[in-house]
Ligand binder design. Sequence first.
Ligand SMILES: *[C@@H]1O[C@H](CO)[C@@H](O)[C@H](O)[C@H]1NC(C)=O
Ligand SMILES: *[C@@H]1O[C@H](CO)[C@@H](O)[C@H](O)[C@H]1NC(C)=O
Ligand SMILES: *[C@@H]1O[C@H](CO)[C@@H](O)[C@H](O)[C@H]1NC(C)=O
Ligand SMILES: *[C@@H]1O[C@H](CO)[C@@H](O)[C@H](O)[C@H]1NC(C)=O
Ligand SMILES: *[C@@H]1O[C@H](CO)[C@@H](O)[C@H](O)[C@H]1NC(C)=O
Ligand SMILES: *[C@@H]1O[C@H](CO)[C@@H](O)[C@H](O)[C@H]1NC(C)=O
Length: 315
Amino acid sequence: MFSFFLAFNFPLATLLSPLGTLAQDPRDATVLRLEKMPAFFSGLNIFNTEEPCGGLNGLCVPRGYYQRHQWGKIPVFCVENATKPLVNETTYCSPYDVEVYNVSYDDCPDHPVTMCRCQNASVSISQMHHDFGKVPVRARQWIRAVKAIPDQSCNGHICINGPCLSSTSVYLHEVGHSLDVVLGSQGRCVSDTDEWRDAVLNNDTCVPDGYSEASWHENFAQNTVIAAYHHTVRNIWDAYPGNASTGISCMKGALQKTIDLTREIFVYKKGMSCDRTWTGPVTFVCMGPEARKQGLCEGVEDSNIDWAKVTGTPV
Ligand SMILES: *[C@@H]1O[C@H](CO)[C@@H](O)[C@H](O)[C@H]1NC(C)=O
Ligand SMILES: *[C@@H]1O[C@H](CO)[C@@H](O)[C@H](O)[C@H]1NC(C)=O
Ligand SMILES: *[C@@H]1O[C@H](CO)[C@@H](O)[C@H](O)[C@H]1NC(C)=O
Ligand SMILES: *[C@@H]1O[C@H](CO)[C@@H](O)[C@H](O)[C@H]1NC(C)=O
Ligand SMILES: *[C@@H]1O[C@H](CO)[C@@H](O)[C@H](O)[C@H]1NC(C)=O
Ligand SMILES: *[C@@H]1O[C@H](CO)[C@@H](O)[C@H](O)[C@H]1NC(C)=O
């Protein structure tokens, strides 16, 4: 559920609240059962700083750089939510206020990620570059774009909402949505299979946290965060030992599946680099009439946004 503009004034917690679930899975019977599963943790942000071994926030960041594009053109996926107030008028970004960056890391130097940031977003591009860099390269390589407006339908995109400071778990959650697709067979999400749902509903007696009950997709993404912790920081079964009534083995069915599926992706090997890239260019459009007037939109089309919904901008 992460995508491209930072939505200012919008605490990160909003992401993890029922607000974020509005546009998700239909309320089918399995989701109703999922909602009744007990939650083991009150939230997964504890994995960011967990003692004694340090947490996800302590993961190494490869060297790299970011470079701002000239004002005027904007990737289509950054503009598509720019005019829709999500909750109220303060939570969107005018297309003219979007900064577009190439963000590159030395473990995948030829394939920069595109990041969009609203100029009044509370997270800096430097922070976004740093925190996203903590995502292991074989997971990071499945993300093409990072933006900061909440969006349930990002595919290959990450949407960041709120400060998102040193919250590696949030990036990993969003990466988890992409891995759900990538690791499924024939384009079907892992979490949409009967096998996954059976493991949770019929074999487990808890789920990671309350947000894992919001939908099957959120359920998988939250499991991905814990699997990443297991592979990069500390063995999860040792960290929360005990039987299914007392330890994390209450979620063993789903979590062990996620751990097995993500081993090659999260386990660090020296000198590891990306082994796949996005093909084809990111599609850019013109930010708006003002940019066109200034001659900064050569070679790109106008966006199809509804300017009536963009307030306070030079048209
Ligand atoms: C709009 O959203 C902002 C940011 O969450 C909040 O501070 C403000 O109170 C909201 N305004 C209304 C009218 O809901
Ligand atoms: C961003 O990266 C792409 C792909 O490597 C490249 O074609 C483009 O020129 C870069 N743009 C900027 C502004 O660095
Ligand atoms: C951020 O800028 C947008 C315009 O791009 C505006 O609508 C919004 O109210 C601003 N938000 C804050 C918190 O200043
Ligand atoms: C963002 O835009 C996409 C594509 O138009 C749409 O499917 C999605 O619902 C939008 N998200 C929000 C939060 O408005
Ligand atoms: C259910 O749990 C048992 C014992 O942990 C395990 O052997 C089995 O593979 C699990 N089944 C599923 C569908 O996850
Ligand atoms: C789980 O472990 C606790 C503490 O060791 C014990 O009291 C309880 O009986 C065990 N439950 C089961 C189902 O084995």
